[in-house]
Ligand binder design. Structure first.
Ligand code: NAP
Length: 298
């Protein structure tokens, strides 16, 4: 249980509702900022304006998946008011207050540094990234079905990168009967691809390897699907770029060549906001419980 914890939830989308639901079920007291237009009420949670909250009693602040922008503004789809996450606000919190955010940026990092608080970047955690790869894969399959005229079964698919997303994508397309090859740069990744029964290739050979594919799925957050790589692809190739913005594809050149290239960010929130919210909610609950136990132990 999270009895006794006072948590400020600042902004967010439908995913954050799952976090609120879970934390109130666990008996935490929540101050919801940026939720004034949300119809639903949660027992144990109050909808507040940011200046109504006594931050000296706040044990944790939860920012949305996107964190805050470079001016500190937080996405609030359940409010028309602008909500700004500031250093002044964090300074008022007790020293043990932890900030949880999907991702961070220079603005948030600077506040964390100057206030000496702990920041947890949820989407960098292996557990969250691996759980999130599940709805990401489902969204990728959806896009492949929507944007090709062939079945995934028996299609030729190149997956770039064998990280947390690449691994799940390659395995799912293989299980659907695609002929999957995976490009990576580490010999252990190439060995793992071979072990999984797919075709490994080194990324230095990318140009040769794309010459006969139907779909290229990039998970590498680096400019890897260059103009010169795209120039070797068959004209009807579909590129699905899953890497975080701006992706790893030369979209300008793809368009010029008439190759369909789609940047597909945030698929978990698009195809399965409830599951995506539950993934974050479960990990949040576990981290808050650990935090509480650690403080009680000290
Ligand atoms: P990850 O576990 O860190 O994997 C990244 C992969 O990229 C690794 O295989 C890594 O190989 C490779 N890589 C990185 N830089 C490289 C470079 N310069 N050259 C060659 N290979 C390189 O990350 P992840 O969790 O799989 O996420 C991958 C991307 O998808 C991220 O940008 C993430 O934000 C994004 N993402 C998107 C969605 C969506 O809905 N579209 C959902 C979740 C995640 P090494 O091990 O050799 O470095």
């Amino acid at each position: 249980m999270l009895t006794g914890l006072h948590i400020a939830v600042i902004g967010g989308d439908a995913r954050q509702l799952e976090v609120i639901k879970k934390l109130t079920e666990l008996d935490a007291k929540l101050s919801l900022i940026g939720f004034d237009q949300l119809d639903h009420n949660f027992t144990g949670a109050s909808k507040d304006q940011i200046d109504e909250v006594d931050f000296s009693t706040i044990d944790a602040i939860i920012l949305p998946a996107s964190g805050a922008n470079s001016e500190g503004e937080v996405d609030t789809i359940f409010s028309n008011e602008t909500v700004v996450f500031t250093e002044e606000l964090v300074t008022k919190t007790p020293e043990h207050c932890t900030i949880y955010s999907g991702i961070s940026n220079q603005y948030i990092d600077d506040i964390i540094k100057s206030t000496n608080r702990k920041l947890v970047k949820l989407f960098e955690r292996d557990d969250v990234a691996i759980y999130n790869s599940i709805p990401t894969v489902e969204g990728t399959i959806m896009m492949a079905i929507q944007h090709t005229e062939i079945t995934i079964h028996n299609s030729k698919v190149a997956v770039l990168g064998l990280g947390r997303v690449g691994f799940s994508v390659a395995r799912a397309f293989d299980a659907l009967g695609a002929n999957v090859k995976v490009g990576a740069r580490k010999s252990e990744h190439l060995a793992r691809v071979f072990e999984m029964g797919m075709k490994p290739f080194h990324l230095s050979k990318l140009e040769d390897e794309v010459a006969n594919i139907d779909v290229c799925i990039n998970t590498i957050p680096h400019h890897i699907v260059t103009a010169s790589v795209i120039s070797k692809m068959p004209p009807n190739t579909l590129i699905i770029d899953l890497a975080s913005k701006p992706g790893g594809t030369d979209f300008r050149y793809a368009e010029k060549r008439g190759i369909k290239a789609l940047l597909a960010p945030g698929l978990p929130g698009v195809v399965a906001p409830k599951t995506a919210g539950q993934i974050v909610a479960n990990v949040m609950a576990q981290l808050l419980r650990e935090d509480l136990l650690n403080r009680k132990g000290n």
